[in-house]
Design a protein around this ligand. Structure first.
Ligand code: ADP
Ligand code: MG
Length: 300
């Protein structure tokens, strides 16, 4: 197969591992910077060009698009879809997952466990919003934050009000969420490929820190999932339309609660914590799907 990894960081662990895993399985793998792709979107001759040259036929694409490049990156992925290339993940699913509010609404519709979450526009409704999540302590989140930046724990109602007013004053959109204290500053990252969890780790926040993000000083260790956690993670990825996903779960008194679903989950933390070949599982998924695509095209 000809595989393209869309990434603006060829030296990143995830990019390097995907390339290596593809080559180990005798595929031709190219790492391409999506920001340097340009395209002919005309319907009769859709084409992708890279650094002045047509890209030629590609069988499968793995998008690894940073959160700040979602608009252009998903346009590039969509172009591959138009050309009939298999993509893991597709552009719509990536866009969907980048908006925390939209994601939670989609997951809620499927009846999946979520922390109680509220959303409002006007600062006149702050008291009502705080009541929805059962009062303080509560968590306030910027809609498009990542790596724990823009996630704030407000211990009291008055602190919550000031923070919400400040964010809204800057015209930032925020979610207000019940604080799941019993999670103890930890969360579970479930790495889903296709329709199974291929690896899972527990991330524990630094002492005194409620956010478990590795970027905020959290540390990772291997964890055994319950059957319910596995099922929840697979259902969450499916609801989002993602075939490669990092589903983050909080362990609460009322079972697993989904916090977010990531469409470009990093490989370094999970492979190092679990010693599993997650990159290889992603390449296997491409092989299965491209094989299936070829067979069904041959039949028609
Ligand atoms: P980001 O996209 O910035 O990673 P998250 O929603 O994943 O934002 O929140 C960052 C971290 O904060 C989580 O990994 C988790 O440890 C902690 N956290 C987030 N929401 C809650 C909550 N409702 N209750 C308890 N801890 C939370
Ligand atoms: Mg997170």
């Amino acid at each position: 197969m000809k595989i393209v990894i869309l990434s603006s960081g060829p030296a990143l662990y995830s990019t390097r591992r995907l390339k290596e895993a593809g080559e180990q399985r005798d595929h031709e793998v190219r790492v391409i910077n999506h920001m340097r792709c340009y395209m002919d979107i005309t319907s009769k001759k859709p084409k992708m060009l890279y650094q002045g040259e047509p890209l030629g036929k590609v069988d499968a694409v793995v998008p690894r698009i940073g959160a700040s490049r979602t608009f252009y990156g998903t346009a590039v992925v969509r172009q591959f879809e138009v050309m009939g290339t298999f993509v893991a993940n597709d552009s719509q699913a990536i866009s969907r997952s980048r908006d925390k509010l939209r994601s939670l609404q989609i997951l809620a519709k499927q009846g999946l466990g979520l922390p109680i979450t509220g959303f409002a526009h006007s600062t006149k409704d702050i008291d009502g919003l705080i009541d929805i999540v059962g009062g303080a302590p509560l968590v306030i989140k910027l809609l498009e934050g990542t790596q724990g930046i823009g996630v704030v724990l407000a211990e009291t109602r008055s602190a919550a009000k000031s923070v919400i007013e400040a964010f809204r004053g800057l015209d930032a959109n925020i979610l207000v969420q019940e604080f799941v204290k019993e999670a103890g500053g930890a969360d579970i990252r479930c790495f889903v490929v296709g329709n199974k969890v291929v690896a899972a780790m527990k991330r524990q926040g630094a002492p005194g820190e409620f956010r478990s993000n590795v970027h905020r000083g959290g540390s990772a260790s291997v964890v055994k999932l319950s059957a319910e956690e596995r099922k929840t993670a697979v259902q969450a990825a499916k609801a989002m339309g993602l075939i490669v996903a990092g589903v983050d779960i909080l362990r609460s008194n009322r079972g697993p609660l989904i916090m977010e679903v990531n469409s470009s989950p990093g490989l370094e933390g999970i492979e190092k914590a679990t010693e599993k070949d997650v990159a290889g599982q992603i390449i296997d998924l491409l092989e299965q799907n491209v094989g299936q695509q070829r067979r069904s095209r041959a039949e028609h």
